[in-house]
Design a protein around this ligand. Structure first.
Ligand code: 5RP
Length: 223
């Protein structure tokens, strides 16, 4: 599995061109992409403006010699490469397994090209087996949790290693919805967008332009 993630991370780094404004995704797969980009910056002397999708990726990139710019200092991103937790045949996906969905969506939203990288296990016919992360403000979060429970969404709190509520980079909580399957992702996304207290959710619809996956039979690109 680690090898598949590494392969696809290296493959995606081929899309990076000198002079680009680049968005760096979050997660174990994206970390291989960051590693390979750093190698190219070092060895090929690529000049890039890089922005991050999480504090974890920022720390990794900086430790490898990639300078991270503020998102507020740019108007658009040429290319963002990120991981994904599940994607369907329409290239709709669930993200946020690593808790970075809010920053990831903000970065994706201003990216001219947006690519997901994954091992083949992330490809599904229907979204929903992976719990859907919903980032919520701390104030009134218990009320939202109860509301989701009443709706039958089987919520659980995202916890940290100390079994306390996980706090995102932007200081919110995450409620994971254990839906089993999502029959209408558009409708659910709309409903969550309208829910007061929800900052963002992990449904990424009509955002990814390509998905690159690696599997037993090599690399495949979906567009
Ligand atoms: C983080 C994410 C990740 O990209 C997603 O969870 C995939 O991670 P991994 O590559 O480790 O499986 O959305 O918020």
């Amino acid at each position: 599995m680690k090898n598949l993630k590494k392969q696809v991370g290296i493959e995606a780094a081929k899309y990076v061109k000198d002079g680009m404004i680049l968005g760096l995704g979050t997660g174990s797969t994206a970390s291989f992409f960051v590693e390979e980009v750093a190698r190219r910056v070092r060895e090929e002397k690529l000049s890039l403006t890089a922005v991050t999708t999480s504090s974890v990726t920022q720390a990794q990139a900086e430790s490898l010699g990639i300078t991270i710019s503020s998102l507020d200092s740019i108007d658009f991103i040429d290319l963002t490469v990120d991981g994904v937790d599940e994607f369907d045949p329409d290239l709709a996906g669930i993200k946020g397994g690593g808790g970075a969905l809010l920053m990831e969506k903000i970065v994706a939203n201003i990216s001219k090209d947006y690519i997901w990288i994954a091992d083949e296990s992330k490809q599904v016919d229907q979204l929903g087996h992976f719990p859907l992360p919903v980032e919520v403000v701390q104030f009134g979060a218990e009320l939202l949790f109860k509301k989701f429970k009443q709706k039958g969404y089987q919520p659980s709190w995202r916890l940290n290693f100390e079994e306390e509520k996980f706090i995102t980079d932007q200081k919110h909580f995450i409620i994971d919805l254990h839906l089993g399957k999502i029959d209408n992702a558009q409708r659910l996304a709309f409903e969550l967008d309208q829910t007061i207290g929800v900052v963002e959710h992990g449904l990424f619809i009509n955002m990814a332009k390509h998905v690159i996956i690696s599997g037993e039979n090599g690399i495949k690109v979906f567009e």
